[in-house]
Design a binder for this molecule. Sequence first.
Ligand code: NDP
Length: 245
Amino acid sequence: NDMSGENRVVLVTGASSGIGEATARRLAAEGYHVVLAARRTDRLGAIVEDLRHAGHSAESRALDVTDRAAFQTLVDEVIAVRGRLDVLVGNAGVMLLSRLDGRQVDEWDRMFDVNVRGLYHGIAAVLPHFRERGTGHVVTMASVGAHEVPPTSAVYSATKFAAWALTEGLRVESGPGVRVTTICPGVTESELADHITDPHAAEFMVDYRAAAIPADAVARAVSFALAQPADVDVNEIIVRPAAQR
Ligand code: NDP
């Protein structure tokens, strides 16, 4: 076993598919104890079974990140059982693309609920423990959409700008023991685009997403940030397909 995980405990939200799943699999293989959280517990259970079969340390937990109390309870339970929580990977997210004049306000609310509130629920839940121990690491899954706003992406990009700001704000306010990393993926293989309801946005995504890189390409970026020595804080990584413009 690669020892770089050193028994550190990592909570990954949205670990049931795509980037979260790839991140959980990679970190478990590197020796971290990984807590996989999402709503689809059947999917989590199958992944955890796989990982344990391979001799890795992992567990699955049901979590809807929009439920603030449930998020705190989960974090408290992990800390009670494992004695520590070293890393939060705030990865859970939805991308419901459409033009502003389509006025899909319910979908805008949904994106803010999951991508922004779901993220700060996690930060709020782990901060007391991080402060008490004087150490911890928050990894946020933002997007290239935190740097650019293509048509149909206004609200989605707004949630990713928010994720970027939350992560940077945490860095500025925290002592040197708390590290933060914003990962900004480009087009990556996952189920993210499957939930788009706007037919024009969905149609556009077919060609746009053809250049997608495997989710493990993003997982490697997470792994890199976590593997740095305690005095090195990797704050942002943009990783996109070489073919993406
Ligand atoms: P997927 O749709 O494959 O994965 C999204 C994950 O989020 C799932 O595990 C889903 O689990 C979880 N999730 C959604 N809603 C909730 C909720 N309310 N509570 C808990 N978990 C939830 O897409 P990706 O892997 O692509 O997405 C992961 C992150 O990466 C997102 O934040 C996305 O914005 C970001 N990203 C992705 C890019 C890409 O091209 N793929 C590019 C840039 C950023 P479940 O449904 O079981 O709850």
